[in-house]
Design a protein around this ligand. Structure first.
Ligand SMILES: *Cc1c(COP(=O)(O)O)cnc(C)c1O
Length: 426
């Protein structure tokens, strides 16, 4: 059977397929560059695994207190060696990215200290962690104050204002690498280097934490290679490689990680406890696969950008600019576009492809939201997924793709739905 026929059986007509193939042809050079990054990062992870003599004894399940969990200790060495940090905390007890960030922050701040974000508003869920929006148990309730310096209009750092904002109480600065669901550009690791160098010149002892969510393995270096004291992320995004069923990580200096471990478990116990219950193999294997999976997600994002840019929609990043995370935004300027796009992504999924997503009121959002997620791991956004708030300018945020052929199929399916709804003509 020909590939085209399988596409047809899966609901992709020949106009859509041809359009996609033409775009794919034009991306050969871009994809080759992504493949080179994958190759480099694959070797980096492999080297860390070999150096630490990863062996099948490390995949054994532990229970109870989890004392002397060899797998956990070795995995944390593998993360530390990959991120070039002194230590790491990589645990299934870290429930998500927000939790990892919350632990990293609250562990390293004390009453009277101040937290500074020199890159504008942090990710939505951190507003309650910090207390920007009042919440039970926020840093604000514990007497930690917060200051924020927004980026300049053109996206550059407001160096003068940052200098003014750093004071004798500034203890931690938080830098979000990915734009998340904002419209600012994502920060490259080189820009993070400049920002950290600037802040450390003013106050050398300040702790620089980078929210690394969606950024891992997109470049050859990580923020921890350029002066960050902590990098923090979720295992159901990039570094879990699609296999980790839960978890988060914090990699950084011995001092910061020790603090984080005491906060995550309890003072006195720290890193020594935390049974891994059989998830270690998926953590190791997922990390091993993560560079290639991130490469697939990047190709899918670049493909989507070029497809929708060619059709005249606003895309961020645009079709040709360099990438620093795996998120792709497409703006349709009407709700039908967001809905058709998400329905296409859902219909392309390996799990729950028969479900038709509908816009819905979700807690924490000020408009209806539509979400497409046919994932093996609930809410996993390294798997092909998309979501969009039903409000102007009607943008959809797309990310993930465990394999490039699946990412490609998902985007073609979205295009098919757009075509069928009369929203594009090819
Ligand atoms: C996803 C994300 C978070 C929060 O992670 P959750 O796992 O959803 O709690 C924080 N910051 C950024 C930039 C993210 O992309």
């Amino acid at each position: 059977m020909k590939t085209e026929q399988l596409y047809r059986e899966l609901g992709i007509d020949s106009d859509v397929l041809l359009f996609g193939q033409e775009i794919e042809q034009s991306l050969k050079k871009r994809f080759a560059v992504i493949d080179e990054t994958v190759e480099y990062n694959q070797l980096k992870v492999l080297q860390a695994m070999q150096k630490n003599k990863v062996s099948d004894v490390h995949f054994a399940a532990t229970s109870g207190y989890g004392y002397n969990d060899l797998g956990r200790e070795t995995l944390e060495r593998v993360y530390a060696d990959t991120f070039h940090t002194q230590a790491a905390l990589v645990r299934p007890q870290i429930t998500c990215g927000t939790h990892a960030l919350g632990v990293a922050l609250s562990a390293n701040l004390r009453p009277g200290d101040e937290l500074l974000s020199p890159v504008g508003k942090p990710y939505d869920t951190l507003e309650e962690v910090i207390g920007i929006r009042p919440s039970m148990g926020s840093l604000a309730e514990y007497g930690v104050t917060y200051r924020q310096v927004d980026l300049e209009e053109d996206g550059s750092f407001a160096y003068d204002k940052i200098k003014e904002a750093v004071n004798e109480r500034t203890k931690v600065i938080t830098i979000q690498r990915s734009k998340g669901y904002q419209t600012r550009p994502t920060l490259s690791v080189d820009r993070i280097r400049e920002l950290i160098a600037f802040v450390k010149k003013i106050k050398p002892e300040v702790i620089c934490m980078v929210d690394n969510c969606y950024g891992e393995f997109v470049e050859r270096i990580e923020p921890s290679d350029v002066g960050a004291d902590m990098v923090v992320g979720s295992l159901i995004k990039n570094p879990g490689g699609g296999l980790a069923p839960v978890g988060g990580y914090i990699a950084g200096t011995e001092a910061c990680i020790e603090q984080a471990a005491y906060r995550l478990s309890t003072p006195g116990l720290g890193k020594e406890v935390g049974a891994t219950l059989g998830v270690m193999q998926s953590f190791f294997q997922g990390f091993f696969q993560a560079p290639a999976v991130v490469g697939s997600a990047l190709k899918s994002a670049v493909f989507a950008a070029n497809i929708y840019e060619r059709l005249g929609f606003d895309v961020l990043p645009d079709g040709s600019e360099s990438r620093h995370d795996i998120i792709q935004a497409v703006t349709f300027h009407k709700p039908e576009g967001v809905i058709a796009f998400c329905r296409g992504i859902q219909a392309a999924a390996p799990v729950d492809s028969f479900v038709v997503p509908e816009p819905w009121a979700m807690p924490g959002y000020d408009s209806d939201v539509i979400m497409a997620a046919g994932a093996f791991v609930q809410g996993s956004s390294i798997e092909l997924s998309a979501d969009g708030p039903i409000k102007p300018p009607y943008s959809v945020y797309f990310q993930g793709g465990l394999t490039w052929p699946h990412g490609k199929f998902g985007i073609l399916k979205s295009l098919q739905k757009m075509k069928e709804a009369g929203l594009v003509t090819l």
